[in-house]
Design a protein around this ligand. Structure first.
Ligand code: CTP
Length: 402
């Protein structure tokens, strides 16, 4: 379950054109189960209306510290005290300057001074303003105080010019909020390596063969681990989905590249989770130029050699190793064989044909020393949550043993 669910989030919206994207951000946060309290500055209200935020958040929008008196509400500090996280998006150069110097002449300023929760700031402005030494000094001052600066990105700005200053996209702001809220979770301080998607084995510069895998399961596992505070390295074959914010991403293509990346990443790690569909074979020889039909004729014969078994080759008792088995027949028997042959602490078995590319999966968790757990058919994100809970248990057990 996302740590955004039931979180109390204060969203400060200041006067930049990116404010329209903050409506989308508020909507995404509410859909994810958060209660969102919006503070709209006067300049922010020039760009978007309070009514949009009120309709989306089902909460009053705060515009002023001088709201009508209520016995349970200490206008200028209440929001800061109730928040789990405060996010300022977009944050203009003016707001950044004010926050850097602790000015408290509006609701956002007082809230930020009154809170002890994490503060995220997503700058958005023209590139000249962003690169001005005054803004840079203010950002450094905020960063030194522990404020998390997210973005800006580079690209087309409101003026039509290209440069640094675009507000980070809402989906990435959301991912950062999720990461921050999960930081104190049960996997805090744990380093976990996850492989995902299928590897590709090159035939010639424009052709390859590979295993079918969308990467959805692996990416969901990464998200569930980040949600619990783990430091995650995601080693991924080609996939067309966004990597969860917070993971260090290492893109690879072939099984041999994946093996090298895994070996480098597991040094000092606590767990390795191999969701990747690793190609068992690769062409014996790669052609340096595009194969032409005129040269190959009606048939093309390519000889394949076996790839290394990545997970089986990683040794070390301290490392918890988890594998996946997607099978077309004799599911549990095959998975059990792999659990033993690859010295795994756990394997997730599922039916290949109904799982690949699907957002849902019916998985069974198998262990060397415990009864199997047959799960219902459920979204991969839920399978990933259950798997992450098992990782917590396996790591606790491993720590207890050592
Ligand atoms: N795996 C691996 N290296 C390989 C092949 C697989 O590390 N060269 C890992 C997978 O990431 C998965 C587990 O081993 O976690 C089982 O993968 P699977 O492809 O189901 O098994 P194979 O060992 O390839 O056996 P087979 O192809 O005979 O089913």
């Amino acid at each position: 379950m996302s740590p955004i669910r039931n979180a109390r989030i204060v969203l400060g919206v200041t006067g930049g054109i990116a404010a329209y994207k903050s409506v989308d951000l508020a909507s995404k946060l509410v859909q994810a189960g958060a209660t969102v309290h919006v503070i709209l500055t006067d300049a922010g209200a020039e760009f978007v209306g309070a009514a949009s935020f009120e309709a989306i958040t089902q909460q009053p929008v705060h515009r002023s510290v001088f709201e009508p008196w209520r016995s349970d509400w200490h206008g200028h500090v209440s929001l800061g005290q109730l928040a789990d996280v405060v996010v300022v998006a977009p944050a203009t150069a003016n707001t950044i300057a004010k926050l850097a110097h602790g000015l408290a002449d509006d609701m956002l300023g007082t809230t930020v001074l009154a809170t002890t929760c994490p503060l995220l700031i997503a700058p958005a402005m023209e590139h000249q303003m962003f690169h001005h030494p005054a803004t840079q000094e203010n950002l450094e001052r905020l960063a030194a105080r522990g404020v998390r600066l997210i973005g800006p990105e580079s690209g087309r700005l409101a003026s039509g010019e290209m440069g640094d200053g675009r507000m980070l996209e809402p989906v990435k702001i959301m991912g950062t909020i999720r990461q921050v809220l999960g930081e104190a979770g049960p996997l805090r301080g744990r380093r976990i390596v996850v492989t995902a998607a299928g590897t590709r084995e090159r035939i010639d510069p424009i052709r390859d063969v590979g295993n079918r895998s969308s990467g959805q399961m692996g990416y969901a596992v990464v998200q569930s681990l980040v949600d619990r505070g783990a430091e995650v390295t995601l080693i991924t074959g080609p996939a067309s989905i966004l990597a969860p914010v917070g993971a260090a991403v290492v893109p690879v293509e072939s099984a041999v590249e994946m093996e090298a990346a895994v070996r480098a990443a597991v040094d000092g790690a606590d767990a390795l989770i191999m969701t990747a569909a690793v190609s068992d074979y690769r062409p014996d020889a790669q052609f340096s130029h595009k194969l032409k039909k005129a040269d190959t004729g009606e048939r093309l014969t390519i000889e394949f050699v076996t790839n290394p078994d990545i997970v089986a080759g990683i040794e070390g008792d301290a490392l918890v190793k988890i594998g996946f088995a997607a099978e077309t027949h004799d599911l549990l028997a095959n998975a059990r064989k792999k659990l033993a042959a690859k010295s795994l602490d756990m394997i997730v078995a599922n039916d290949a044909e109904s799982t690949i590319g699907s957002p849902v999966s019916q998985a069974t968790f198998l262990y060397p020393d415990r009864e199997p757990e047959m799960l219902e058919r459920m979204p991969k994100s839920e399978v990933a949550d259950l798997l992450a809970d098992r990782v917590v248990e396996l790591l606790a057990k491993r720590s207890g043993e050592s």
